[in-house]
Design a protein around this ligand. Sequence first.
Ligand SMILES: Nc1nc2c(ncn2[C@@H]2O[C@@H]3COP(=O)(O)O[C@H]4[C@@H](O)[C@H](n5cnc6c(=O)[nH]c(N)nc65)O[C@@H]4COP(=O)(O)O[C@H]3[C@H]2O)c(=O)[nH]1
Length: 532
Amino acid sequence: MRVFNRPVAWGGEAWLWHCLRVRGRWLAACLLLLLLLQLGMTWWHRQRLDLEAGQVMAEGLAVAQQLGASLERLAQSEAPPCSMEDYALMAQILRDYQYTADIGRTVGDRLLCTALRGQLAVPIALPAPDFRLANGFSFLTAHRLAPRDPIPLDLTLYRGGVAFTPPLSFDSSYLAPEHSFYLLDGQLRYLFRILGKAPAEGGAPAVNWFTGLRRCSADGILCVVAQDRQPWLYQQPYGVAVLGLVVLGLGWGCLCGLPVIPSQRRLRVQALRRAIFQQQIQVWYQPQIQMATGKVTGFEALSRWQSDSLGNVPPSEFIPLAEQAGLIHPLTLHVLKQAVDQCAVLLRRHRSLTLSINLVLGPALTAEFFDKVRKRVLSRGGRCEQLVFEITETSAVGFANIQVVCDAIKRSGFRLSLDDFGTGFSNLSWLSHLHADEIKIDKMFIQALGEEGVAGRTADMLLSLTASLPSVAIVLEGVETQAQVERLTARGRHWIAQGWYYAKAMRSAELAGYIAQHGVAEGVTRASVVCG
Ligand SMILES: Nc1nc2c(ncn2[C@@H]2O[C@@H]3COP(=O)(O)O[C@H]4[C@@H](O)[C@H](n5cnc6c(=O)[nH]c(N)nc65)O[C@@H]4COP(=O)(O)O[C@H]3[C@H]2O)c(=O)[nH]1
């Protein structure tokens, strides 16, 4: 009997509900944090863009003001167009206003002269303006006056005067965004300046709210669009979605103890559960031998797990795992059924043979449980006294609990064996209180036999003690060598040995052959309890 650990009901569904119920507010907090972070970053980003848009707006307004003032001055002149006086004024204006590249006179849609070109031999017909403002100003963007002009100029027309400015002075919206950028603060930005086009009139490029902004002057004459050329992840809607998922995943995973990534242990428990319920756990049998005669008295059922994914897992690993994961009772049931069924013929044929089963103490080991086992044994033609339940004293579980289970075992007519005797917390009073039919001396003592030191002396003491228990069968575990056998038989007690010297655990098919070869010890079984 091993320690019965509290079963851990921790399936996928339970975990999900646990996370939702217990961790729901943490997840909400994560999302809120993400939202605040996003809002904060966007606010900070727009503040910077706003500042830059303000600078460009100031420049644009300066251009607009100078253009307006220069053309206003020309319009107020009384000098006849293209007269000497007029040229003098135009030259003065060119000097006064840095943004004005040239200035000229028009009549109707024809350009007659400019300050730099002088009187044109043939007046140039100007195309219709691109746009007009209510205040009488109209604009022509990127216009070449003559086919051989090196660059197109922007033209502003006002009451018989025309001012020439370099291209993009008041409208760069006709350029593709990737061609229109400024280098500000070492960062590449799109900056559009639209002079003379109120946003309502169209023409302003569409702005992604996350990556850019548009500012227009109060009179709507100048608009500036500032936009990041290489937006950050957090500025893009899909980026926000990705960030959201990452934060959600991390929050969920961390706060729920990362069960998303199944631990090695979880994987092992899952594999073990499958193995038990799909009956992949095999039961092997290790013979128990009457040392005096070398004949078989019985055999112990031992679980073997050859897992597809984990390979051969020894019982020392999967039995404790089954206990911790609450799977030990299903495992016991499986072993019991398989063993009783596989050994039915042997047990029927040899009434003195016993079948030993390991038990782990737990609440499922009730009188009803043993009653069901009893019925199964009887239905297969066996006898209750042929079944030995081994309990281990390795834990300080309440003695009262142990006694209840032991009483149920005895009342059902089965035999009771104290396994690994000497290693646990029990004291000798257990022997009298539990009415054990058998004691199994742990292999630790057998292997220490003859040694100097505590283990050797304890082994000696335990073996001497057995002499005072004539009605209890003594099974010596872990007998491995000829020397051990000789030493033990020399002590003159008819012990039963279970060890590799005689045989290792084997399949049921091999067991029949082994028994046939070595014979069955008669009359070893003690009290014959009638159970059915
Ligand atoms: N070094 C050495 N070892 C020997 C020798 N002779 C036998 N053994 C090993 O000693 C163990 C005896 O079983 P146990 O004391 O009940 O100890 C068992 C038992 O407590 C537990 N166990 C095994 N199968 C089951 C099971 O189906 N149910 C439960 N509850 N426990 C089981 O796992 C323990 C270990 O089982 P196994 O690995 O099969 O190890 C077995 C057996 O293979 C020997 O000469 N030398």
